[in-house]
Design a protein around this ligand. Structure first.
Ligand code: HEM
Length: 465
């Protein structure tokens, strides 16, 4: 019956054939096999084996949906620019984040994206450098200084949650982060789970945390709305919630208070899991690559000397961190925080002579090209110099932030945040991995199995943070 449903559209289009491959056992299909590959970090091998067997276009069934796997630069271009393929999140994410930027489509999506683009536009991000500097130093003093071992991933998550919340909630951020830090983590963990709401399952815990976070954000948003009505907030109030409420009062969008709450959650989830994975894996690479660490230290020490111990980092300092950003890009190439994404065909589509029926999912395995020797010579080698000449990287072969109209709207924010964090980590500390070859899984973000513990030392001479 499931196969009948899955192929019925195809029958009315006899000119094209469905892609090769198989849909496996009804409903289950290749779900467990793919999840297992992700959780053992063997997904690259898993995808390559399929591509070798069926070619770059093949059909499978994942999370209950018939799905076409597309791989390669042409496929990336096709997926990210095709208006008939709409971004689709897992059922779990749709239940956890409801009507947020990650799940909206059409006019509502346009309104939220344009508000977010305005709120985090480059000149605003420049203004946030000082805020980020304060939050990064606060976090390092609180969780790093004075410890001989640190688990990098959870600490990087605290740090990036602190940074995004300081921007989204303004001065009330610290209270919210302290109260809800664990809940944001449980919510993030539930994104790739089976959406059956049973207590103590990943999804069940994620739903409970989602409700708790939503309640706290709703309270915050209502307070801001009341202040605005009483004219106690001005246009200069910089938290995201107030910004959205002010835009609405000016008629710039028609997003309800409840939608603002869901979007705040969506932005925080979009922001903190990705950037914390980048910071964690940069630290891991630096521990294994002494030459890269020496070069990055030279760059950052020079900036520290210019800045002096009391001053905060400025936009000009961040802009001069050229080598550090190349190390970040090479980290994003080798360990992309987002390995792929789902789209849904809103009508029958043809690609390279194959038929993709309306309603089917398309899986964009966009990061497969990152490890393809046709685009990156010696792809397993960690070599930041590849990014010295960005023009030498073929189009659609390097897509850590996605592409097209749904591309990550805040790459600049994550660049500045990562540069500020790396400045203080590199100038203040030295670290050694407790497990040199610690395995990691994709859950769905890359996650070292022990959280990347390191032995930490303060550098000499130590500058107070
Ligand atoms: C290293 C850091 C980051 C990486 C690698 C990353 C990567 C991505 C990718 C791959 C997408 C999806 C594109 C698609 O499937 O078409 C995305 C979407 C998104 N990202 Fe990021 N991101 C990062 C940081 C951030 C930050 C700091 C923010 C917010 C301040 C953010 C907010 C979002 C939002 C809201 C979306 C959804 C956009 C939409 O659906 O229209 N991301 N990101």
């Amino acid at each position: 019956f499931v196969l009948h449903l899955a192929t019925k559209n195809h029958r009315s289009h006899p000119t094209y054939s469905l892609p090769p491959g198989n849909l496996g056992i009804p409903v289950i299909g290749q779900t467990f096999s793919l999840l297992h590959a992700l959780r053992t970090n063997t997904d690259d091998r898993w995808f390559r084996a399929r591509i070798k067997r069926y070619g770059p276009v093949s059909k499978m069934s994942v999370l209950g949906s018939p799905t076409v796997l597309l791989a390669g630069t042409a496929a990336n271009h096709f997926i990210f620019t095709n208006e008939d393929l709409i971004l689709t999140q897992t059922r779990a994410l749709r239940s956890l984040l409801r009507r947020s930027i990650l799940t909206l489509t059409g006019d509502k999506l346009k309104q939220v994206r344009s508000a977010l683009q305005g709120y985090l536009r480059p000149e605003m991000v420049r203004r946030y450098v000082g805020k980020m500097d304060i939050e990064v130093r606060r976090q390092l003093k609180l969780n790093w200084v004075g410890r001989s071992t640190v688990n990098v991933l959870p600490m990087a998550r605290n740090l990036t949650l602190g940074v995004i919340c300081s921007v989204v909630f303004g001065e009330e951020a610290a209270t919210i982060v302290d109260a809800l830090g664990t809940d944001f983590q449980l919510l993030g963990d539930a994104i790739l789970s089976f959406p059956v709401n049973i207590p103590f399952t990943r999804f069940g815990k994620g739903m409970r945390s989602s409700a708790k976070i939503r309640e706290a954000v709703r309270k915050f948003a209502k307070k801001r709305e009341e202040s605005l009505l009483e004219e106690r907030c001005t246009i200069s109030t910089t938290d995201f919630v107030t910004y959205m409420l002010i835009l609405r009062s000016k008629g710039a969008h028609s997003i309800t208070l409840e939608d603002i709450v869901d979007n705040v959650m969506g932005i925080i989830i979009g922001a903190h899991g990705t950037t914390s994975a980048l910071i964690t894996f940069m630290m891991r690479h630096l521990a294994n690559e002494p030459d890269v660490l020496a070069k990055i230290t030279e760059e950052q020490d020079e900036i520290a000397n210019k800045k002096g111990t009391d001053g905060a980092l400025t936009w000009e300092h961040v802009s001069s961190m050229k080598y550090t950003w190349r190390v970040a890009l090479e980290t994003l190439r080798t360990v992309p925080p987002v390995f792929g994404s789902f789209r849904t065909a809103t009508k029958d589509i043809e690609y390279q002579g194959y038929h993709i029926p309306k309603g089917w999912k398309v899986f964009a395995a966009q990061s497969i090209t990152h490890m393809d020797s046709r685009f990156f010579t010696e792809p397993t080698k960690f070599d930041p110099s590849r990014f010295e000449k960005r023009s030498s990287i073929p189009p659609y072969s390097f897509l850590p932030f996605g592409g097209g109209p749904r591309m990550c709207p805040r790459t600049e924010f994550s660049r500045v945040e990562t540069m500020v964090a790396m400045h203080y980590l590199v100038t203040q500390f030295r670290w050694k991995l407790c497990f040199k070859d610690e395995a990691y899984k994709k859950d769905p973000k890359p996650t070292p199995v022990f959280g990347c513990p390191v032995e930490l030392e303060l550098r000499e001479p130590y500058n107070d943070l």
